[in-house]
Design a protein around this ligand. Structure first.
Ligand code: WT7
Length: 656
């Protein structure tokens, strides 16, 4: 097993046709149908999206203007009034779906729960009324720091219902990281749980919230709503902390959905960038609703009889778009699982597939590679015949992992949709449509209708077929981020100026390298900025560096990605120490722990290397390229003539 290198994917020649039986029943049945949709959307994007918005969503009031594009700021469906919670719940209640399973939940200790659309609607209304009672109003922000339990989705939908924006903070983030996000968003309320189950242990979520709020850490937070999950006993601060089950008892189940402006903020989701501070990606209501709805419908071919399971956490965009909003807007049955595969339970995912007869399964390459290591006997021992479609997301999938997924999990009958997208894009951008697009292992294939993607050089000129370049998007789309919360300049700089606009044409810069082959298929190579991808999680190298230098022993830190068989990449940190500290195994451990405390376990360095000096250019820039070579155990490649002090290289090679 290896990373997809340019060489390996250039050699990839296999291709798989959509199975005929699948195509016949699919929403999009042939390549011709795809091409027709694609061409229509390209010729008249506004008509394309407006027709779908009319057909697929409920509006309290129709829009006046489909798209208002003042580059780089886009507005969609201006003047329209809509509520995504209404589209995810209320509109299904007047159909047979009222008693259909909306959310199937499988808990880690083996408990489970199924909520029908009517039941989910009821709980969302109750929580929305509790929010109001706690002083939350339209336009406020609510932090959600939750385990993978139904109340996480309920809290998101309750926010949307009353027009408060949520910011979900992944439960694996530390109290520090939580505090930063609550402060940046100026959250008024935090919804959390006493704890969550992670493998066999309890994650003390409420305790982390307490830490983040201590010493007036996040002064805008007035109340904390706590869901009981692990029952280990926690401190409740009178006046500030409230049990959900106490307030739910008295809460009315009647809470009409607030008619929202199409462009009202739906949520903020923080993601890592090239600077030390994560940025708050802003998504708004109508465009995001339409885009997640359509992409799920066509790329996952969602049907009313399907049980659909996305294994992501709701703390990431995948959970937002494809556990909660996309599936529920389509009236689908979405499955939520609290557990995680591990050595002591290597078959747990396949037990869930068998137990619920899962039809569509969506996971990350890192998980697939972990399953390969655990052995095919585990999936083989379960009945996976219900599966009809597989999806992958988060990082490039190496063709070997793709083939294993196809053969062992998909029984050679399930199409695989490799979906390329980002927190910023809201939904899938480049993806096969499974009844239409022939697939090639390792390629996300072709853009979704309405998406004009290109591979260009730094001046914005398209590069030749099979040449590497930068992945860009040429025309606004409904699901795109609208800004960086509180920082429109950062939004402009990060996404729209990296490659300067040419002849008034703005190019959205994704931060990924890619090539396009002779069939117009995209092969995404991975990040070209200072972002690394650890087990499908995006981490800013500067973020980890800031965490390291906040430790008294560290004078300077440089973080690079190091190839890892299962995780794709892992964090490798080069560290120079303050004069009075000396290198030791103990200190390495302490520094790793320090990063966990500052950011969370996802950022824990796999390797720390102490060095006397960093390789720098004469202008003082750390030459990360050289560090990447060293971290991956390769010889130093490329030009080293700009290095200020060449003896640093020998010291680095001998480093511990
Ligand atoms: C970055 C975005 C979008 C949900 C999960 C991650 C990488 C994502 C693919 C794919 C190759 C992929 C890119 C992208 N990525 N999907 N199918 N093939 N690379 O969201 O945390 O915003 O990360 O993940 O590098 O830029 P995210």
């Amino acid at each position: 097993m290896s990373e997809p290198t340019i060489e390996s994917i250039l050699q990839e020649k296999r291709s798989f046709q959509p199975p005929q039986e699948f195509s016949q029943k699919a929403h999009i049945k042939s390549l011709e149908d795809y091409q027709q949709l694609y061409d229509q959307a390209k010729a008249n994007p506004q008509k394309f999206w407006a027709d779908l918005a009319q057909q697929e969503l409920h509006w309290f009031q129709k829009w006046d203007t489909v798209m208002d594009w003042q580059p780089p700021f886009a507005k969609w469906f201006v003047g329209g009034k809509i509520n995504i919670s209404y589209n995810c719940l209320d509109r299904h209640l007047i159909t047979w779906r009222r008693n259909k399973a909306a959310l199937i939940w499988e808990g880690e200790p083996g408990d489970s729960r199924t909520l029908t659309y009517a039941q989910l609607h009821r709980e969302v209304c109750q929580m929305a009324n509790v929010f109001k009672q706690l002083g939350v109003q339209k336009g406020d922000r609510v932090g959600i720091y939750m385990p993978m339990i139904p109340e996480a989705a309920i809290a998101m939908l309750a926010c949307a219902r009353i027009g408060a924006a949520h910011t979900v903070i992944f439960g694996g983030f530390s109290a520090e990281a939580l505090k930063d996000r609550l402060v940046d968003a100026a959250a008024k309320l935090v919804v959390t749980a006493d704890g969550g189950w992670r493998k066999e242990a309890i994650v003390p979520l409420k305790e982390q919230v307490d830490k983040s709020l201590a010493n007036n850490g996040a002064p805008t937070v007035e109340n904390v709503l706590v869901v009981e999950r692990t029952k280990q006993g926690i401190q409740m601060e009178p006046g500030r902390d409230h049990w959900w089950h106490d307030l739910q008892t008295g809460a009315s189940a009647d809470c009409p959905a607030e008619p929202m402006d199409a462009e009202d903020m739906l949520f903020i989701l923080y993601t890592s960038g090239t600077t030390g501070k994560p940025k708050g990606v802003v998504h708004t209501t109508a465009g995001y609703n339409l885009y997640t709805h359509m992409t799920l419908k066509w790329a996952f071919d969602i049907q009313d009889t399907d049980v659909y399971w996305c294994t992501a956490d709701v703390g990431w965009i995948t959970g937002h778009s494809y556990i909660v909003y996309g599936p529920l807007s389509n009236g689908a049955t979405t499955l939520m699982y609290e557990g995680a595969p591990r050595a002591s339970n290597p078959g747990c995912f396949w037990d869930v597939v068998e137990k619920y007869g899962v039809n569509i399964f969506y996971t990350a390459p890192t998980a697939i590679r972990a399953f390969i290591k655990m052995g095919e006997e585990h999936p083989k021992a379960r009945n996976l015949s219900s599966l009809r479609l597989l999806g992958t997301v988060g990082e490039p999938i190496n063709p070997e992992a793709w083939m294993w997924y196809h053969r062992v999990i998909g029984g050679e009958r399930c199409p695989i949709v490799d979906t390329w997208w980002q927190t910023e894009t809201g939904g899938f951008m480049i993806t096969p449509l499974p009844g239409a697009t022939p697939t090639k292992p390792g390629s996300a294939t072709r853009p979704f209708p309405g998406i004009i993607a290109e591979v260009v050089d730094l001046e914005g000129n398209p590069v030749a077929d099979n040449q590497g370049g930068y992945l860009v998007v040429k025309h606004p789309w409904p699901g795109m981020l609208r800004t960086v919360y509180g920082n429109p300049e950062r939004f402009r700089r990060t996404y729209w100026e990296h490659i300067p606009p040419k002849d008034g044409q703005y190019l959205y810069f994704a931060g990924d390298g890619a090539r396009k082959d002779e069939d117009g298929y995209f092969w995404v190579m991975g990040r070209v900025d200072d972002v690394i991808n650890v087990a499908g999680h995006r981490l800013g190298t500067m973020e980890v560096e800031s965490a390291l230098v906040s430790h008294a022993a560290v004078a300077e830190a440089a973080v690079v990605g190091k190839p890892d068989e299962v995780k794709g990449e892992e964090v490798c940190a080069f560290v120079t120490l303050e004069g009075s500290y000396s290198a030791s195994e103990e200190l390495k451990k302490e520094l790793k722990q320090h990063v966990v405390k500052e950011i969370g376990a996802i950022a824990r360095p796999g390797e720390i290397r102490f060095t006397e000096a960093m390789p720098k250019t004469r202008s003082g820039k750390i030459m990360r390229r050289l560090l990447r070579n060293l971290a991956s155990g390769q010889e130093i490649a490329g030009d080293t003539s700009t290095l200020e002090d060449r003896s640093v290289l020998d010291k680095l090679r001998g480093g511990s």
